[in-house]
Design a binder for this molecule. Structure first.
Ligand SMILES: *Cc1c(COP(=O)(O)O)cnc(C)c1O
Length: 486
């Protein structure tokens, strides 16, 4: 439903004669009456374009830009998505002419500088993960998952092994089974232990010579560190399988521990999450993967290599490469932002960022626990999952209602209804840069909402341009074009 105060469309604001384009007097003969050869094939209708003055247009777009919430304008605790603040110096670096004015078809000799940065980034990502083979190709975490699974499939094929099954816990992000299915594997979902961790006996019962990869997020999507991860990895390795670490939650462990050290064989990063690339609304991301040395020969082509003797960076095809996953060599603009972040903070700074992210999440957890249940874990890593189940039973107010009402208080909502293993889930991830005052204000708003009359909360939001869209139809049948008829 649209709020009457919402900004009208340019077409609706249009007024005949209000346009400000003034053409100069023509200084060539008027030939408008002369027939143009082939004119019957040319369109001759006047397009019904809106007529507006420049200030109308500027105000329209500036006002429109304030209707949505963003990291730059609001607290944005969208769990799992790591909506970190995007430092503006990264934007400056990514916009340097050396970056934006170069073209991927330029010769190696002309882009040595850019290649050296990408090479350095490969090394940093190898160091942070403890996994030496890095591909910067994948455009997002989901494509990183697919790329790593195809890399694993190529490795097994090379060894003449027939491994067909990919396993994952019920708390897995939906992209995990989707990637496994796309890569041609059979998906096996574990139901998981009641405490939110992988159930080792359930996993053991599923493992055999058909097991290819176990995909696990660590810390998991409940914000808990899988404490048995080394045992899990050993179990997989015993049957010849591999462990894939979904690295979307790396913001909790940077500089504290490394997937390569706790048994992971492959992982992806989400540069747009952990390393501050601006994201949301489907904007460009980057999902580089890191793998163990024996998997590196199968990585996508090209990777950046360095010849110290010639002091030369090259784009090289790994020996048994699976080929290309996308054009050229990754979403370089986002990779540069990640590079800038890692270089700015350094090893110690990254670790401090993670420590603060975990501290902030635990502080918020301690506040929220007063009025909402947090079914899994007494402490959390960088995020936690609260449940509105009890409130729903008592008053009818759901997780979705709370999320909508938070918008009235000037906060972006947490993630709702994920992971699926928690009923009426509200997944909160404050990130490291939020102040104590912001966390307190957010917790106070949540507390207030939980005691407000149900009708008020269920009708929210009351202050936004759009109230409650039909979410299913908005996703499945979006109306993206304006037409005079609608
Ligand atoms: C965000 C996320 C992904 C997918 O990453 P994209 O970059 O959005 O494709 C996978 N797993 C988890 C746990 C995530 O939070």
């Amino acid at each position: 439903m649209r709020n009457p105060t919402a900004t009208r469309l340019l077409f609706e604001m249009s007024e005949s004669g209000r346009g400000t384009v003034v053409f100069p007097e023509s200084d060539v003969p008027d030939v408008s009456g002369v027939p143009v050869p082939g004119a019957e094939h040319l369109a001759s209708v006047l397009l019904p374009l809106p007529e507006l003055a420049e200030p109308d247009v500027v105000r329209h777009f500036v006002n429109l830009s304030t209707l949505n919430m963003s990291v730059d304008s609001h607290f944005y605790p969208l769990g799992s998505c790591t909506m970190k603040y995007n430092p503006k110096r990264h934007e400056r670096l990514a916009r340097l002419p050396q970056a934006v004015a170069s073209h991927p078809y330029q010769q190696e000799s002309q882009i040595q500088g850019l290649l050296s940065v990408l090479y350095e980034l490969q090394g940093m990502l190898a160091e942070i993960s403890g996994l030496p083979g890095v591909s910067l190709h994948p455009a997002a975490g989901a494509q990183g998952e697919l790329t790593a699974l195809l890399t694993a499939a190529a490795y097994f094929r090379h060894r003449g092994e027939q491994r067909t099954r990919v396993l994952f816990p019920a708390s897995a992000h939906g992209t995990n089974p989707a990637s496994a299915a796309l890569a041609g594997f059979e998906c096996v979902q574990l139901s998981g232990g009641r405490d939110g961790f992988v159930d080792l006996s359930e996993l053991r019962a599923q493992l055999d010579e058909r097991s290819a990869v176990f995909m696990v997020t660590n810390p998991n999507t409940l914000g808990l560190f899988e404490k048995d991860i080394a045992t899990i990895a050993a179990m997989l390795h015993e049957v010849g399988g591999l462990v894939y670490i979904d690295g979307a939650n790396m913001n909790a462990i940077l500089g504290r521990t490394r997937p390569g050290d706790f048994g992971g064989d492959m992982m992806h990063y989400n540069v747009h999450k952990t390393f501050t690339g601006p994201h949301g609304a489907g904007g460009p991301g980057a999902g580089p993967i890191a793998v163990r040395d024996f998997l590196a020969p199968f990585l996508p082509a090209p990777v950046v290599t360095f010849d110290a003797v010639r002091n030369w960076y090259s784009l090289t095809e790994p020996e048994h490469s699976i080929g290309r996953m996308r054009s050229f060599f990754g979403n370089v603009g986002i990779l540069l932002r990640g590079y800038c972040y890692i270089r700015t903070l350094g090893g110690r700074g990254l670790r401090e960022a993670s420590d603060c992210a975990v501290l902030n999440a635990n502080y918020l957890l301690s506040q929220v626990r007063d009025f909402l249940d947090v079914p899994h874990g007494h402490r959390c890593m960088h995020e936690f999952v609260a449940s509105a189940k009890r409130l729903k039973e008592q008053t009818g107010v759901t997780a979705m209602d709370i999320a909508k009402r938070l918008l009235d208080y000037g906060f972006h909502a947490p993630t709702v209804y994920f992971p699926l293993v928690v009923e009426e889930a509200l997944m909160m991830e404050p990130t490291e840069t939020e102040s104590l005052a912001t966390l307190d204000a957010f917790a106070a708003a949540l507390r207030q909402i939980c005691s407000e009359p149900a009708e008020l909360v269920k009708g929210a939001p009351h202050t936004t341009a759009v109230c409650r869209p039909d979410e299913v139809n908005a996703a499945r049948k979006p109306v993206l074009c304006w037409s005079a008829q609608c």
